[in-house]
Design a protein around this ligand. Structure first.
Ligand code: P6P
Length: 347
């Protein structure tokens, strides 16, 4: 550990660039039991992110804007860039040889990855390849969300649904890519959260945010105010409380962007259940679990609006949804008090 601390200090002092690949290899060396396949998987996610980033950045120029016409599993209009991002991540992950299956927002069923040596492919990946894609046409930041599980089914055959329907607590890695003013890859493997900024001049993700810890308090709340009258009483009372305290409302409509802000400035992100979405809108497997993993690793709290810990939620189907309230510990604690006071909490 001492050498690691000295090394980190030296890197900071001499402003040494640490690329994502170097960081992953170093983390692997610090974990004697790791076989290297997990590292290769993480590096492949980085490669796919760079490919998608290239297209996202020129979406306005190349004719891949505009609605593809189809709709995805939750009825959202599918943008062409959605399809491109989905295809690139599936292609890259399938080629890696480390993945036996992929579940994506864009695909109703999970995608078994064929390989002549399935015994090597020990992981499955769950993802929202381009979250917030309705913002693409108006040049607002969008993101990729991913989570990684170890497969549970026997490794001499194809992946099974049990490999994907695992609680958030079983996730071995989670992260997001934010295609914004700069492109960042932020991920955790359960030992803290680190952020890497893409340096286009060298085509590398470089360590830029070491061991991210979010503020335990905050004064930003992030919710779609347009649904206010459709929220349960306890949520409306908590939102009134935020407004009474002159907290600032920030809602980009792109979960990755809203959560990324909270990682650095603190705050709470709410997507409560409504009459339209009685179980919430956001997808438990590839939006809520990965973001909850990251938020907890960065010192925050992630609950449903009925006060269940998101990571412990049982999952029964790939596109199952959940309400969510996550962010700075003190703000989620305040929200909890309002739910206990005004709500009908599941005991
Ligand atoms: P609404 C984007 O479609 C998304 O899945 C999240 O990125 C975002 O937080 C949410 O839905 C926005 O939903 O109903 O407020 O437009």
């Amino acid at each position: 550990v001492k050498t690691g601390v000295l090394r980190d200090l030296r890197e900071k002092m001499f402003n040494k660039i640490v690329t994502l690949d170097e960081f992953i290899i170093r983390s692997e060396k610090e974990n004697p039991s790791s076989s290297g396949s997990f590292s290769r998987l993480l590096r492949d996610i980085g490669i796919a992110a760079k490919i998608v980033n290239r297209e996202v950045n020129k979406a306005g120029l190349v004719n891949i804007l505009g609605v593809e016409g189809s709709t995805n599993s939750t009825g959202d209009d599918v943008q062409k860039l959605d399809i491109f991002a989905n295809e690139k991540f599936i292609e890259t992950l399938s080629y890696s040889g480390e993945v036996c299956g992929i579940a994506s927002e864009e695909n109703q069923e999970f995608i078994p990855v064929k390989s002549n040596d399935t015994s090597k492919a020990q992981y499955v990946v769950v993802m929202d390849p381009l979250d917030g894609s309705s913002n693409i046409d108006v040049n607002v930041s969008v993101g990729t969300i991913f989570g990684v599980y170890k497969r549970k089914s026997p490794d001499n055959g194809p992946c099974k649904s049990e490999d994907f329907l695992q609680k958030g607590t079983e996730m071995v890695a989670a992260g997001y890519v934010l295609y914004g003013t700069s492109t960042l890859l932020v991920y955790t493997t359960g030992n803290g959260v680190n952020g890497f900024t893409l340096d286009p001049s060298i085509g590398e993700f470089c360590l830029s945010h070491r061991n991210i810890q979010m503020p335990k308090a905050g004064n930003y709340y992030s919710v779609n105010q347009g649904y206010y009258l459709k929220f349960d009483l306890e949520m409306r009372r908590y939102i009134d409380h935020c407004s009474d305290l002159n907290y600032r409302l920030r809602y980009i409509g792109s979960m990755v962007s809203d959560i990324h802000r909270i990682m650095f400035q603190g705050g709470i992100f709410l997507y409560p259940n409504t009459r339209k979405y009685p179980k919430g809108k956001l997808r438990l497997l590839y939006e809520c679990y990965p973001m909850a993993f990251l938020i907890e690793q960065a010192g925050g709290t992630a609950m449903t609006c009925k006060l269940e810990r998101v990571m412990e939620m049982e999952i029964h189907s790939l596109h199952q949804t959940s309400s969510i309230a996550m962010g700075s510990r003190d703000m989620v604690r305040d929200m909890k008090e309002f739910v206990e006071k005004y709500g009908t909490v599941i005991k």
